[in-house]
Design a protein around this ligand. Structure first.
Ligand SMILES: [Zn+2]
Length: 138
């Protein structure tokens, strides 16, 4: 269960169409040539195809309040989407969960440590160096 809200908001078709048109027209990735009419990843500039995967991604993560609007929609290849999800979004959402749990006192309860009785104490042993008249119990 997430404290940040249960419902995931996907981009509506109209937003995805506009984002796709945007990534076909212009490529703003540095060092990558813009090929008009060809869809290019907005993260790395690679030409998008069903083989590379075409992912419509929330720039500001959905779980962190990102809206499903055109301004928050990025068209990424599978690789860029995976990198962003695993290196940016997921760690930030885990931290948001931790902070929220701590703020509202919702951490799991700590179990009391179970203390054992320990081992029975062994009877005292006779020492060879002790004088015979000081022996106890022998
Ligand atoms: Zn990419």
């Amino acid at each position: 269960m997430s404290l940040r809200g249960e419902k995931r908001t996907e981009f509506p078709q109209s937003v995805r169409k506009k984002a796709f048109a945007r990534c076909c027209q212009e490529c703003n990735v540095e060092g990558v040539e813009n090929v008009p009419g060809v869809p290019q990843c907005e993260g790395c500039g690679v030409q998008l195809s069903p083989r590379t995967g075409i992912i419509y991604e929330h720039d500001q993560a959905d779980g962190l309040g990102g809206e499903p609007t055109l301004g928050n929609c990025k068209v990424h290849c599978q690789n860029c989407a995976d990198v962003k999800t695993h290196t940016e979004d997921n760690p930030r959402m885990r931290k948001a969960d931790r902070v929220m749990k701590k703020t509202y006192g919702l951490q799991p309860t700590r179990r009391a440590k179970i203390a054992s009785r320990g081992f029975a104490k062994a009877p005292e042993q006779r020492k060879a160096s002790a004088p015979v008249n000081k022996w106890r119990g022998f």
